[in-house]
Write a protein that binds this ligand. Structure first.
Ligand SMILES: [Fe+2]
Length: 354
């Protein structure tokens, strides 16, 4: 199995995972042979990537940190909650707590906690997907720094609600595909205050969790907003949510730009360690995020091409690669696996765009 951009998916490819919207609209089932009509339908729903099964990816299983049914159901619940009119007044934090407990329980079931947020989502459903992803990445980072379950629950709640204030911002500004004017940008920035105000009026939520809404755009060097806080003035929950927020935003397709690959985002974020992001939290986060998610097509320095077939938890940027094309560009009849954590002469030099 591997994940491909919809525009690159060949007619005749077999769909490997079912595709549906968060409202439960069923688009395609696993096993469907892709036709141009299917592709058009998915495009119309804003789906940009799908999982396919083909010869080169046969037998590669993509590990899931949280089962797909669970994550889809959770996202639907979040969508329902975020689109109800009462959300502008206060939040049912108990309900959010139940959702977060479910996420934590599912994450802790794994032997190896490696997040690769490989859900197929439509651009239109970004807000809800993003809320859940930021919660998941924050929890994973919290686990990485040794937080206990109660603290993780608190962190997960605040992270899930980090952008709550956007319900108060005019939708036409949030969805604008072109650059914002400075007045519009100032309005967007206010989502931090709006969210904090709603959460303050809600019951059963900790001060630290509320603070995530207010402070997740603050940066260690004081370049963030809304209060331009510096280093230790930014609480640990908000520092974690800031990392999760940027990571998920940059690895997602937006109306105005294509997503970046996880390894590029991680390199970029690591370069901002100590400036924007807390270095020790960044370390914990990077240890649990897949640099090259399983199924990614890559080019090696030898000129060979292949697919990532397995993670190496201690060498996030040195996965196991199934080589399918040799250095002269010939397809191999018999694929071979190269473990980059053992064969140090090999490294990934680029993503193979197939
Ligand atoms: Fe935000």
């Amino acid at each position: 199995m591997r994940r491909v951009r919809l525009d690159k998916a060949q007619t005749g490819a077999v769909v490997a995972r079912a595709i549906h919207t968060l409202d439960g609209v069923f688009l395609l089932s696993a096993g469907t042979v892709l036709t141009p009509e299917h592709k058009e339908k998915l495009q119309n729903y804003g789906i940009t990537e799908i999982y396919i099964e083909d010869t080169i990816s046969e037998g590669i299983e993509i590990p899931e940190l949280i089962r797909e049914e669970v994550i889809t159901e959770v996202k639907s619940q979040v969508k329902k909650m975020m689109t109800s009119p009462s959300i502008k007044v206060s939040v049912d934090v108990k309900k959010v707590g139940e959702i977060v407990e479910r996420l934590i329980a599912n994450i802790l079931e794994n032997d190896r906690i490696v997040a690769s947020l490989c859900d197929v989502r439509s651009i239109d459903e970004y807000t809800f997907s993003h809320s859940v992803n930021v919660s998941v990445i924050s929890i994973v980072t919290g686990i990485g720094v040794g937080m206990k379950e109660d603290t993780l629950r608190d962190l997960g709640i605040g992270a899930l609600l980090h952008d709550l204030g956007k319900v108060m911002v005019d939708d036409t500004i949030l969805r604008k595909p072109t650059n914002l004017t400075s007045i519009e940008y100032d309005e967007v920035k206010k989502h931090t205050y709006y969210g904090y105000e709603i959460l303050q009026k809600s019951e059963n939520i900790s001060r630290e969790a509320c603070d995530i809404a207010l402070s997740h755009h603050e940066r260690l060097d004081g370049s963030g907003y809304p209060r331009r806080l510096k280093s230790s003035d930014i609480q640990i929950f908000a520092r974690i949510a800031a990392i999760a927020d940027v990571y998920d935003a940059l690895t997602t397709d937006k109306v105005y730009r294509r997503k970046m690959m996880p390894h590029d985002v991680l390199d970029y974020m690591l370069s901002l360690g100590g400036k924007h992001f807390d270095k020790s939290l960044l370390d914990a986060f990077v240890r649990h995020i897949a640099y090259y998610p399983v199924g990614t097509a890559v080019i090696l320095n030898s000129g060979e091409k292949g697919l990532v077939s397995e993670y190496n938890p201690y060498f996030p940027n040195r996965p196991v690669v199934r080589v399918v094309i040799d250095e002269s560009g010939h397809s191999l009849k018999k694929y071979r696996e190269v473990d980059l954590s053992k064969k140090l002469e090999y490294r990934v030099v680029a993503v193979w765009d197939i």
